[in-house]
Each structure stands twice: as C-alpha cells, then as structure tokens.
Design a protein around this ligand. Structure first.
Ligand code: AMP
Ligand code: TRP
Length: 329
C-alpha cells in the first residue's frame, strides 16, 4: 500500500513510559503507522544536553523501546532506532549550525526554561538542542512530526532552518515538515495540578501490575472542594474524570458525570472504576511487554536493524546535502 508520506518523531530515553507519554505520544505513533512510513527515534544525544551522568542511559533506552514495541509500534512496518547510531546526524547538525542564528536559539522559550532549571549547566549542546532536532527531522525528510504542543517552537525552528538551508544553497533537497499535535497534549499527574512527569513523581507507569496501578490511582487528587463523601463534586475540575473520558465507556462517563454532581458516587468508587478500566485497557500491552522482556536481545536487534535502515535514508539525504553545499564527494 502506498503511504501518504513519512512521519518522524523522537523522544529522550526516559526509561519506563507513563500515561502522559502514552496519551501524548505513543498512542499517536502507533496510529500513524497505518497511513505513513514511520521513523521513531530514541534521541540519546539530545538527552546528553541535560544529563550529568550517563549511568542509566542504556537501560532507559531499552525500557523505552520495550514500551514502544509492547504498545504496538511494529518494527517490520516502522523504523525504530537510536539517534547516536546513525552518524550522519552529527554532520547535518554541524552544517545546520551554520544557518542557525544564535539570538533566535537563545530566545526560544524551551531554552529559557532549561536555563532556569539548571543555570550551572548551560552548554553549547543545550543552545543547539533545536538545531539537532531540526537535523533529525530533515535527515529523514519527514513530512509530518507528531509531538506535544510544547515542541511547537522547535518545529517552527525546523521549518525555518530548512528554508534557510534551501535558500542559502539554492536547492530544494530538504523538506519543510508539518506538525501533528496529539489530541491530549497535556495529561495531568496524580496531583491533579501539574503535567504528569517522572521528575515530579506524579506519574502512572504503564508497566505496573494491576494491583500497583490501583494503589497509585487511589492516591489521585480529585475535586479539591469535595471534602466529604456527602459533598457534591465537580467533574469538570477533576483529573480522574478527564481520564475516565479516555478509558471508560460513554455510559460510565455519563453516569459518573451525573452521580458525582449529586454525591451519588464517591471518589473512592470512582477511582476504583477508573483503575479497573485502565487495567483492562493496558492488559494486552502488559502481556506483550512481559513476553518481549524475556528476550532482551530481540529489542537490541530491532534497534540495530532500525539503525541500518535509518542509515540508508540518512546517507542518501547527506549525499544530496553535501552536493548542494558544494562539499567534495
Ligand atoms: P518526555 O518524556 O518529556 O521527553 O516526553 C516524551 C513524549 O511524551 C513527548 O512527545 C511529550 O509531548 C509526551 N509527554 C510527556 N509527558 C506528557 C504529559 N504529561 N502529557 C502529554 N504528553 C506528554
Ligand atoms: N525535543 C523533543 C522533546 O523534547 C524530542 C525530539 C528530538 C524530537 N528530536 C525530535 C521530537 C525530532 C520530534 C522530532 O520531546
């Protein structure tokens, strides 16, 4: 079947994935496989920009790739690989750095945020983070990039870089990508306040057992105004309710919506029902994950094979890029 074009996305190796990663990224990656040639990348070089130790890098890469495959990324259909294993990325990064205005890079909200978080660790790689991302996307000539809304400035930056490159070298070898924002760009954590994230420890890991999941779900913060079981609640401000909308049937959502407002259902029962539905949804994922985890070599084989296939595309692009720039063959 002919596909509509190429999709590329990357995620830093953060180890076991959580519900935020799943709804914000992975589910989208899986769905796009039907219509696009997909390339999914573990961006370990990007991770180096903020990592002070690389002790967990390998294991985090393995765990994330395992979650991706268990969730339904099909390594026959799609290319799954580790960024650092396709060396051409370094070359395109360097060439792109010549068309990258420093002022624009230091103005990006994502850069400013990183500086605020770690003022002692502002390095050239960090300033160049969006340049490396632009190189990722351009190296594979992606038409479409599925990402969270926080990445919008980086996609815009990629488009500008591709335009600058093509203009400066009077060529059209590189492709300006489009962006596909996930339907659920921000999943809140168990605190019901902040974005779900490992570093805030407010996350629900996909690979937990059903019992562990239920335990974490029971700690979720609901409508803060609802102090007693007999108080009426407001589902509109409740994170558990917003997740019910994803994992529960329309009838259940309707019932909770009504019964919460008139104190017919309490938060404990509401959360139990959510845990049950979430566990039912994740059961096939967990089964597949356990099976895959029994053959760790398979995951590394998939990643190595992915790097070979990605490398072929990357080298093709680089030959065109070198020719456009005027570098000797
Ligand atoms: P990160 O782990 O922050 O590098 O994110 C990897 C991918 O998961 C990115 O595409 C993010 O947009 C997405 N993601 C991470 N956390 C969340 C969240 N809480 N809600 C929605 N998407 C998320
Ligand atoms: N910057 C992205 C993030 O922090 C990760 C990333 C790197 C990426 N290269 C990419 C995403 C290329 C999409 C395409 O989530």
């Amino acid at each position: 079947m002919t596909k509509k074009g190429r999709v590329f996305s990357g995620a830093r190796p953060t180890g076991r994935q959580h519900l935020g990663n799943y709804l914000g990224a992975i589910r989208n990656y899986v769905a796009l496989q039907a219509d696009y040639d997909c390339v999914y990348c573990v961006v370990d070089l990007h991770a180096l920009t903020t990592m002070e130790t690389t002790r967990d890098l390998k294991n985090n890469t393995y765990e994330m790739a395992l979650d991706w495959l268990a969730a339904g990324i099909d390594p026959q259909e799609s290319i799954v690989f580790i960024q650092s294993q396709v060396r051409q990325i370094n070359e395109l990064f360097l060439i792109f750095s010549m068309v990258s205005p420093l002022g624009k890079l230091t103005d990006l909200p994502t850069f400013k945020e990183k500086v605020r978080q770690a003022p002692h660790n502002v390095n050239l790689g960090l300033v160049g983070y969006p340049v490396l991302m632009a190189a990722d996307i351009a190296l594979y000539k992606a038409d479409l990039v599925p990402v969270g809304i926080d990445q919008a400035p980086h996609i815009e930056y990629t488009r500008e870089t591709v335009r600058s490159f093509n203009y400066r070298y009077s060529t059209n070898v590189l492709v300006e990508p489009g962006m596909k924002v996930t339907e659920i760009p921000k999943v809140l954590g168990t605190d019901g306040q902040q974005k779900m994230s490992k570093s805030l420890n407010n996350h629900i890991e996909l690979a937990l057992t059903a019992e562990e999941t239920q335990k974490v779900v029971m700690t979720m913060v609901t409508d803060p105004q609802r102090a007693r079981r007999t108080d009426p609640g407001n589902p509109d401000v409740c994170n558990v309710f917003s997740l019910h909308k994803v994992f529960s049937s329309p009838e259940e959502v309707d019932t909770i919506n009504t019964e919460c407002r008139n104190a017919g259902i309490g938060c404990v029962d509401c959360k139990k029902l959510f845990a049950r539905n979430l566990n039912a949804h994740l059961a096939p994922f967990r089964e597949k994950r356990s099976a895959l985890a029994e053959k760790p070599d398979y995951i590394w084989d998939v990643l190595h094979d992915g790097a070979q296939r990605a490398g072929t595309i990357a080298e093709q692009t680089m030959q065109e890029v070198r020719a456009a720039v005027g570098l000797p063959e």
